[in-house]
Unconditional design. Structure first.
Length: 150
């Protein structure tokens, strides 16, 4: 497979063209991955009282359920969002990982990960916020962090 990138200011939007002799398994896999990327979230609407904010995914530390509502936590606030965790898990990019039955976190924002008798605690960059990781999801998070070191 050959990959080619053309950059030119005359293009108004990004276009991906797949050229192949025939539609085979490799082409179908490429198309499925591209369509999956297109369907992923870039940003979300978050509600704080009566005000709606546009939240960029890179600013979100973690998502958490509380009283049947889902909140997106940033460094300074927690915004109500109108998605369920299973919808987020399906559509968020790879840097988001489920860490408990009620939480998904942004792996890029982790400052530290500590394991103790009382629980597995994640602390985030530039904030006081922290969240516990379920024992069931600990290994997946540890593996994800180890892969990022490479």
């Amino acid at each position: 497979m050959k990959v080619k990138l053309e950059l030119d200011s005359k293009y108004s939007e990004t276009e991906v063209v797949v050229k192949a002799a025939q539609k085979n398994a490799e082409v179908i896999e490429i198309l499925n991955k591209l369509n999956g990327m297109k369907n992923q979230f870039n940003h979300l609407n978050g509600y704080l009282g009566e005000t709606v904010y546009t939240l960029e995914l890179k600013d979100i530390l973690f998502f958490e359920t509380n009283d049947r509502n889902v909140y997106a936590h940033t460094a300074n606030n927690a915004f109500l969002i109108h998605y369920r965790l299973y919808e987020l898990e399906k559509n968020l990019p790879d840097n988001f990982l489920r860490i408990s039955k009620s939480s998904i976190l942004n792996v890029d924002e982790i400052l530290s990960l500590s394991r103790s008798v009382t629980g597995n605690l994640v602390k985030f960059k530039n904030t006081y916020k922290q969240i516990y990781v379920s024992r069931r999801f600990w290994k997946a998070l540890k593996n994800k962090l180890d892969q990022r070191k490479l």
